[in-house]
Design a protein around this ligand. Structure first.
Ligand SMILES: Cc1ncc(C[n+]2csc(CCOP(=O)(O)OP(=O)(O)O)c2C)c(N)n1
Length: 285
């Protein structure tokens, strides 16, 4: 059975001391252990950013892709081998900026992928520019007089995009986050885990303290996770109090369930060399 020590890699994370990514890293590894997943059956995909270095430091299979593209690559892996546990990790700039089209389409397709977005509301790796989730008025080196636009609301966007597991964690709540990841991986379909991840270097507004004063757990309020309208209303709560936990869950066939090509066996197990396409070639080429 896999243990935490099995998931250790030769290198160690080089995130800033106190970075919220450390807790997400621990939560992800703890979830893999709790789920008893064999490392060779897990693939972690990422884009570009501080958080996107995650595959380097978890001893499963991993793929560090290009900025904003973890979901298309993860989609390819799921379709090629739907026996794999596919996890994608990236920042808010990666997923909600350059990758936002992929984010929306992956959700409406209900691919069986767990997507962890480390949402620090700033571009960390490129040293502190505004991101799509930066609060209005937030000052950064690219917006010295304050962000003018309204931020993207990932939870509301996920509800509107037909995602079937929509949750929010907080780096300071590691056990809670581990449970969200465990449940997200167990969920048959697309699971979003948006994580409030303080960037201790470039975001001095949305700090651990700022979140700690506001965050509360949905499950402690008798909240119904199957009510989509209630989930939408909850997704609008931000400045005064900030809900974390599971916002919405729905059981719907996955994209892979509905694909006849992989109903019997994953593509990688199919003997494609025995398929004769001569007739098609004659007709169309
Ligand atoms: C196509 C492309 N555009 C821009 C960049 C520059 N770039 C690298 S990381 C990054 C943003 C990272 O921010 P985020 O996704 O929020 O992740 P974080 O570093 O905060 O974890 C950008 C704009 C790039 N590498 N590739």
């Amino acid at each position: 059975m896999v243990e935490l020590a099995d998931l250790k890699t030769v290198g160690q994370p080089n995130w800033c001391p106190g970075c919220g990514n450390f807790a997400i890293w621990h939560a992800l590894k703890s979830a893999i252990v709790e789920l008893r997943l064999e490392p060779h059956n897990v693939v972690i995909f990422s884009g570009i950013g501080c958080s996107s270095k995650m595959p380097h430091w978890v001893n499963t299979y991993g793929f560090h892709g290009i900025h904003g593209r973890p979901l298309p690559i993860a989609t390819g892996a799921r379709l090629a081998n739907n026996n794999l546990t596919v996890i994608a990790v990236g920042g808010d700039g990666d997923g909600y900026g350059i990758g936002i089209g992929h984010f929306i389409h992956a959700m409406r397709r209900n691919l069986n992928i767990t997507y962890i977005v480390t949402n620090n509301q700033v571009y960390g790796l490129t040293t502190g520019q505004t991101s799509p989730t930066s609060d209005k008025g937030f000052t950064t080196k690219s917006t010295p007089t304050g962000v003018i636009e309204m931020p993207i609301n990932p939870i509301a966007l996920a509800i509107a995009s037909e995602a079937t597991y929509i949750s929010r964690g907080f780096s300071k709540e590691m056990k809670h986050l581990t449970k969200l990841i465990v449940d997200g991986v167990r969920h048959e379909g697309f699971a979003l885990i948006d994580v409030l991840q303080p960037c201790v270097t470039f975001n001095r507004k949305n700090t651990y303290e700022w979140f700690s004063e506001r965050v509360y757990k949905l499950e402690e309020t008798g909240y119904d996770v199957t009510n989509k309208q209630a989930a939408f209303l909850k997704s609008l709560e931000w400045n005064g109090r900030i809900p974390i936990g599971l916002f919405y869950r729905e059981i719907r066939p996955t994209y892979e369930d509905e694909l006849p090509q992989i109903a019997e066996a994953p593509l990688v197990r199919q003997r494609i060399e025995e398929i004769n396409i001569t007739a098609l070639m004659d007709e169309f080429v």
